[in-house]
Write a protein that binds this ligand. Structure first.
Ligand code: PLP
Length: 378
């Protein structure tokens, strides 16, 4: 298989697997237990927290381990909004956030919060001026993702962070997609809350973190024990957290990012040479491994399924709910209609991607697009 869906998830790094296995077997203690097995688990958890805090450029007390990006987003949005309700009820976010943010906002709207959804421009970019114009005396929280999961466009987070800090508004960024390429240094970015997920970084699924700047008020989502400084109840996923910390030690370096960008541009050159094709989102301000393209008249999910039969894994932004494929809300936020939004296909490169993979993918897509167009595109 040629795997070009690394934005959906990445394979587990064998180095992470190696450090995780003992914590699923003999070192199975509960970090809250007083005996030796518990203390060993606690020591591993503390070491992992040190590593993650060092990476995020923050204090260890500012790292909350969670079950992944979805939980971190929910805790950030709902936790902060509910804790700050007496100060105001207005929240600003964008129309092309991940569903974990959008659905958290929808839940908050049902609780009486007012949500402003900023629209990205045609290139998939949000500006700090847009945020400034939307701020009111009632605004308590702003959430803008660092890089978009479908089109990979990178937002001016440090600028928006400075603006929010000056206006004393809590600022959250979902850095799930960006963290493998852009340093998610919380202080440099002036963010108060920042979401990370391990499985996009060659780590295990079901584990992530929320950075919460010291002093940021958060109402916990779960009632239970006092773990994670009383902000996230439940026995910690020690094996997962240890695996997460291990992949943080092996994040892609500059050479790898240049290699990915070069391969991605080779892919784009090949795909955009196909007639009636287009790129979604800015080329200059996007993650190195992301190519989101469309071929007019060809439904994205049809092409993805045809590619799968050829042994190539790519993705669409479409979510399949209740048997009906919903066109991507991200592509629609760029101003494309539903038909055009359904044409989007995302290729996301990773550590295992080679030049041969790219050349084979270009030739296969070219052949399949011509075939599907001859047969009506769907
Ligand atoms: N936020 C973004 C931008 C994502 O891409 C994802 C995963 O697709 C998530 C949040 C959710 O993360 P998780 O799968 O760890 O719940």
């Amino acid at each position: 298989m040629i795997y070009l869906d690394n934005a959906a998830t990445t394979p587990l790094d064998p180095r992470a697997e190696a450090v995780m296995v003992p914590f699923a077997r003999e070192a199975f203690g509960n970090p809250s237990s007083l005996h030796a097995a518990g203390r060993a688990a606690r020591a591993a958890l503390d070491a992992a927290r040190d590593t993650v805090a060092d990476w995020l450029g923050c204090a260890i007390s500012e790292v909350i381990f969670t079950s992944g990006g979805t939980e971190s987003d929910n805790l950030a949005l709902k936790g902060a909004a509910r804790a700050l309700r007496s100060r105001g009820t207005h929240i600003i976010t964008t129309a092309f956030e991940h569903h974990a943010v959008l659905e958290s906002c929808a839940a908050l709207a049902r609780e009486g919060f007012q949500i402003t959804y900023l629209s990205p421009d045609h290139d998939g970019l949000i500006s700090s001026d847009q945020v400034a114009a939307a701020l009111t005396a009632e605004t308590i929280l702003v959430s803008v993702m660092m890089a978009n999961n479908e089109i990979g466009t990178i937002q001016p987070i440090a600028e928006i962070g400075r603006l929010c800090r000056a206006r004393r508004v809590v600022f959250h960024t979902d850095a799930v997609q960006a963290a493998g390429e852009l340093p998610p240094r919380a202080r440099d970015l002036s963010v108060d809350l920042l979401t990370i997920s391990a499985h996009k970084l060659y780590g295990p699924k079901g584990v992530g973190a929320l950075y919460a700047r010291s002093g940021t008020r958060l109402q916990p989502l779960l009632d239970g024990g006092g773990q994670e400084h009383e902000r996230r109840a439940g026995t910690e996923n020690v094996a997962g957290i240890v695996g997460f910390a291990e992949v943080v030690r092996h994040l892609p370096d500059t050479n790898e990012i240049i290699r990915l960008r070069t391969l991605r541009d080779r892919l784009l050159d090949g795909l955009l040479a196909i007639p009636d094709s287009r790129l979604h989102g800015s080329h200059a301000r996007r993650l190195a491994n992301n190519a989101n393209v469309a071929f007019a008249g060809v439904a994205g999910e049809t092409l993805v399924l045809a590619l799968d039969l050829e042994g190539i894994a790519a993705g669409t932004g479409a979510a399949c709910a209740a048997g009906a494929v919903e066109p991507s809300h991200v592509i629609q936020a760029l101003g494309c209609d539903r038909i055009r939004a359904r044409e989007a296909v995302r290729f996301s490169l990773g550590r295992g991607t080679t030049t041969e993979d790219i050349d084979h993918t270009i030739a296969t897509v070219r052949r399949l697009v011509a075939h599907l167009r001859r047969h009506g595109g769907t």
